[in-house]
Each structure stands twice: as structure tokens, then as C-alpha cells.
Design a protein around this ligand. Sequence first.
Ligand SMILES: [Zn+2]
Ligand SMILES: [Zn+2]
Length: 269
Amino acid sequence: MEAMGKSPLWLTFVAAMVMAEALLRLRSGRGYDRGTALTSFGLILGGVPFAAFNGLVIAAIYSSLWSVAPVHLPLDDWRTWVAGFLLVELAYYWFHRASHRVRWLWASHSVHHSAEQLTLLSSFRLGWTSLLSAGWLFYAPLVLVGFDPRLVVGLLVFNLRFQTFLHTELIGQLGPLEWVFNTPAHHRLHHACNAPYIDRNYGGVLIIYDRLFGTLATECADEPVRYGLAHRMPTANPLTIAFREWRIMASEILAKRGRGLGRTLFGAP
Ligand SMILES: [Zn+2]
Ligand SMILES: [Zn+2]
């Protein structure tokens, strides 16, 4: 799915914003960690073939679901788009929450949380194994109840592109926008590895589902946000990051000789 969001215009715009952020960070004395940036580049480049393959397979799955969907909601009706947007956001919320609570999904999503400096560039650290983790299952019911896969994927691409700009320390609180929308302040907290902030602020474009399901948190002045993965040593090797959680699960299965398999694969990380 991620592969479908890479148009030349978008890439040029993002590259300009990444460079502008780096300059602003350096000028403001925040620094720009070269090692973190290089690792992000490695994860982005290494992820290209995976994203292309994952995108093709997921597109094929969605189009076969679409062919058996009993109703096809009209794309030229604004109500389809409003309902689609709210439901894609809801599906994203639960996909993202599950990605933090179930090891099988966390194995892919942990890649996104691996950077210890939060920048626009680090937002593109995306798991290579998303097809295997099967997060796409969360959107499948929408196709089955009549939402065109082009609408679902289009809204998901919008969701992910919107979230790119949440990964920065250069934007503070945004007033009343914080009530409804996911903002850099909300998402910085989501990337924190400090204990009080873990498993909070799962929203994509909207923050309303976090309010509704009780997972919203805001930063406390006496607990500044630290980024990265709790309980994991930082590493600069993109290959290690992309497959680390799978490797840890595999060695646990071997060590326990398959006992407690369900818990090892689908328990909390
Ligand atoms: Zn997350
Ligand atoms: Zn993020």
C-alpha cells in the first residue's frame, strides 16, 4: 500500500521539507543526527522492493474481495467519502493499536519507532514485513461492505502523508486543532518510550478515536519525551532493525521448544 503513495511530485515536496527541517534544526541548535538519518535512508531504500511486492499482493486481495462485495457504494456521492474517511480512520486506529499490543504486528511496526531523533525523515522508517503482519486485514471489512478499494487505499495514502508532518519537533501546540486532529504534539508523545507515555495517541488524521476509547495522553512538563524503543539497544543497521523482532520471536520459540506459542506470537510485546 505504501508503494502506491510515491508520486514524483510528492517525493520532491517531501525532499524539500526534509532539507528545510534539517537546516532549521541545525540553526536552532537542536542538531541533526547523521547516523539516525543514514539508518533512515537505509530502511527507506531497503523497503522499496518490499513495499512494491506488498502493494501488489494487497491490491490483488482487495480487488478479489471487491468482486464478491454484495454492494458497491457510489464514488460520486460525497456521503460515501465522508463515511469512508471516518471508517478508514477507525480501522487505522485499531490497526495501529493492535500493532502496539500484538507481537506479530509489532514485529513490523517497531521499525517505525526505532529512531531516537524524531524528524520528518524518520517518519519514513516503515516495516518491510507489513504483508506478513497482515495489518491490511483491518481494512478488508470496508471493501466487503461496499467501499471501493481505490477509495480505501486513497484515504489511507492521505492518512500516511498527513502523518509525515507530525514527525517533527519544530511545531508546538496547535490550539483548538489539538481537539480533533492528530498533531505533532500528539504524535511526538506516541513515539515516546517513557513508561507513562507508552501505548497512547494511536490516531492517524483524527485524534477523536483516542478520546473516545481512552488512549489520549498529553506531555507533562516534568516528564520530557524520549524517543526510540523501550528495552532495545539502539542499532544503526537497517537489516537488524527490519527483522529484529522476528528474530527475537524465533529464538524465543526455539528456547521454549514451542511452549506458549500463541503468547510468543500474539501476546503483548
Ligand atoms: Zn505506533
Ligand atoms: Zn509515527
